[in-house]
Ligand binder design. Structure first.
Ligand code: SF4
Length: 161
């Protein structure tokens, strides 16, 4: 749904409070500075000047308490899973998670290993899955745009998204 609702009357904008709040949320996603493995290099490249996360309102934060987006950029082992869950629990509500790369999505090349988590959705809820080993910065930007569209969707009670 668009931010501005029809019917259009010249000089008048019609919308809802929910739409304005969601628009402000999707336009100021603060992601936690947290990298686990090689996909983190792609995250850093996306945040740097060539791809420039800032254009989309994404600013990294050094504390989970100031973050509302977690980019899981790498393979999660069982030892790190506890830390990841603790960081997620400390993040501000509402919060979102993007699983970046095959390792975070499903375990990737390490799937089935004795000490690996086969997908970060076994630890925290995931909003967008981004496969690839590693996914390029353009793909990460596309995943963020998908998340922004999801945030703008009206919430429907009792219906899985
Ligand atoms: S998906 Fe590939 S590049 Fe990303 S963390 Fe796993 S092995 Fe590294």
């Amino acid at each position: 749904m668009d931010l501005i609702h029809a019917p259009f009357v010249p000089g008048v904008i019609q919308t809802t409070v929910d739409q304005v709040i969601n628009w402000s949320r999707k336009s100021s996603l603060w992601y936690m500075l947290y990298g686990i493995a090689c996909c983190s290099i792609e995250m850093m490249a996306t945040g740097a000047s060539r791809y420039d996360f800032d254009r989309f309102g994404l600013i990294y934060r050094g504390s989970p308490r100031q973050s509302d987006l977690m980019l899981v950029t790498g393979n999660v082992n069982l030892k790190m899973a506890k830390v990841l869950k603790q960081l997620y629990d400390q993040m501000a509500e509402p919060k979102w998670v993007i699983a970046v790369g095959s390792c975070a999505v499903s375990g990737g090349p390490f799937r089935g290993s004795y000490n690996m988590v086969d997908g970060v959705d076994q630890v925290v809820p995931v909003d967008v899955y981004l496969p690839g080993c590693p996914p390029r910065p353009e793909a990460l930007l596309d995943a963020v745009l998908k998340l922004q569209r999801k945030i703008m969707r009206p919430q429907r009670q009792g219906v899985a998204s």
